[in-house]
Write a protein that binds this ligand. Sequence first.
Ligand code: SF4
Ligand code: SF4
Ligand code: FES
Length: 248
Amino acid sequence: MSVQVKSNDDTSPAPVLIVQVWRGDKDGAFQTFEVPARANQTVLDVVTEIQRTQDETLSYRFACRVGMCGSCAMVVNERPRWTCRTRVDELEGGPLKLEPLRNLPIVKDLTVDMEPFFNKWRDAHGYFEPGENPPADFAVVEPSSPERQAVDEGIECINCGVCYSACDVVSWNEDYLGPAALNRAWTLVNDVRDRGQDARLTAVTGDAGCHSCHSHMSCTEFCPKHLSPTFSIAGLKRATSNKLWRRR
Ligand code: SF4
Ligand code: SF4
Ligand code: FES
């Protein structure tokens, strides 16, 4: 185990983890806890143990515990991660340090308000547009088609907000749509059944859209699903530029 542990006295030799947890709102402070170190312990296990055995007022969020729902993300030792699939023994040295996701308002402790994040999905037209007369039958989308291949990774997004927390452009410009919403828009741009492309491409163009991305790739580096929002945003840059040229 590489994070900081402390051995107890001779009568209780089991090591304990030193854990610093953010408490309160944006003006809060770290509180230190000690938690028994256990085999195969995840960061979410540690938070849950603190909440159940030491301070039931600790606020945090989780649901599935198996990397599907995207609700457990926090900043762990200075980088955003999903906590249900981050094992303590994988982490760098020092005390375990837990903070709420960055770039979102803190509700309390480790819980952030995800509303601005999801509002940007709406603003990027990250929802399916069936058109006025959608066909009654299911559409067949060939798995080998170029459009389907282009979004093969992107559709696996679990909306965890890790990329949004990692993105410097979101920090500089609170209106920037951000990597997750733009990734979602790219998956829909490639959906051959969708009828909302013009409005979607307009929505992702402009100061807060895909062209504000600096391609720093923090989103791609930290995404726990190993997706590449940077790739998706590059696709949107091409698609919006092509649309502009078609108009000239
Ligand atoms: S590549 Fe773009 S969206 Fe991703 S972190 Fe960098 S600036 Fe943000
Ligand atoms: S792109 Fe990755 S990091 Fe961003 S919300 Fe989706 S799964 Fe999470
Ligand atoms: S609790 Fe669902 S992804 Fe972690």
